[in-house]
Ligand binder design. Sequence first.
Ligand code: NAP
Length: 279
Amino acid sequence: MSAVVMDGKALAAKVKARALAAAGQLERQPGLAVILVGENPASQVYVRGKVKDCADCGIACFDYYLPADTTEEQLLALVAELNDRSDVDGILCQLPLPGHIAEKKVLEAISPDKDVDAFHPYSMGRILRGDPCFLPCTPAGVMELLHEYGIEVAGKKCVVVGRSNIVGKPMALLLLGENGTVTVCHSRTPDLKAECLQADILVAAVGKVNLITADMVKEGAVVIDVAMNRNAEGKLCGDVDYPAVAEKASFITPVPGGVGPMTRAMLMENTLAAAKARQ
Ligand code: NAP
């Protein structure tokens, strides 16, 4: 079998076009505040991408580039100011923050109605309960891809490898919310291969090149690769041994061009939803 490649780039373009059209319908232009503290090169790339996405989607972007020695108090004061601003619908603080700033404190300071990254405990609690709320962009992007390709989750055995708060755990909850039977694996899972072989839908979100090899994948499985790694040659790749796994899977996401563009697109969708709710 040769898998259908799930084109995240094409779907992200559709989602962004939808966001642009929706932005045009609003009385006031939606606004997203993006805060970057320090000069982490990867974070700079992500922030540049978000600024561009806003421009593509008709969203005003208020970008703040703060020096690495910004104090926690200064950052919290900026978040408080943005919480109060009527032209700001969403607030995103690019992670990781420098070590002297308590990330949790900053994320908890963002008003839940502007929490477009969905990292606030309030948003996470609502996801746990299955209540309507912003969805974290990466797992939401994966769900959007599954829907686009007509992949039914209900009744399927889903295995999520990785249990971070931003990807693995919410991913598992969204799959559960659509009635998948979900197993979550992590670094202490004794027999990862045996777990993965059970999966009708396998989501890899670890950050280790070639962790998921073809012998760990059931024939015909749907394989979603969330990871963004660099291989020995410096090339962007995921956790999945793509060429070999693509021969066994029914559907597969490429890296790049799979989940990554969807993550960015879902942030725009969340910002639109925040703006709609606040107008
Ligand atoms: P993370 O916080 O480092 O979490 C990694 C998870 O993988 C942890 O739960 C860890 O288990 C588990 N793990 C580590 N080694 C393992 C092993 N040998 N077998 C099974 N599980 C193992 O990473 P993250 O933030 O979730 O990100 C995961 C990957 O997704 C990274 O490559 C990241 O760059 C990428 N990512 C991509 C996007 C996107 O838009 N495409 C967005 C976010 C992240 P423990 O909990 O036991 O330590």
